[in-house]
Design a protein around this ligand. Sequence first.
Ligand code: FES
Ligand code: FES
Length: 156
Amino acid sequence: MPSIRFRLNGTAREIDADPTSTLLDILRGQFGLIGPHFGCGSGECGACRVIVADHAVTSCDTPVWSVADKDVTTLEGLGSPEHPHPLQRAFIAEQAMQCGYCVSGVLMSAAALLMQKPEPTEAEVRAALDRNLCRCGAHNRMVRAVLAAANEMTVP
Ligand code: FES
Ligand code: FES
């Protein structure tokens, strides 16, 4: 099997894998990362979102060959319980979740947005999260949390 190199959460990695394997299978199966969730498996729900080269992508339908030589960031690379990302702090402060299943993907979509637009409008936040489905109906709280985090991150 061919080897594929990429950076995962800041660390250089090289794996032997079927290049048509999905990125989600590699992240969960080979690296044991449980941040990206399997939901629909067809690019529709957003539960599996990760950041590839500053863009949020659905890892369930991204072939692993396509991330060669790129930076891949999962929830595990965003923050930790000891050092949470401002988005994670804001989601907790706003109680922006119920079951939590969708939240990893939502956080990665929001983080990619803030990389590209540090001061997004509410409409831009809503557009960025539009492809993340939340069956618990927590979207309004999530939008408030993303705006609060953006505000915190841009205050001098
Ligand atoms: S599991 Fe990937 S978009 Fe639903
Ligand atoms: S918090 Fe339950 S699916 Fe979003």
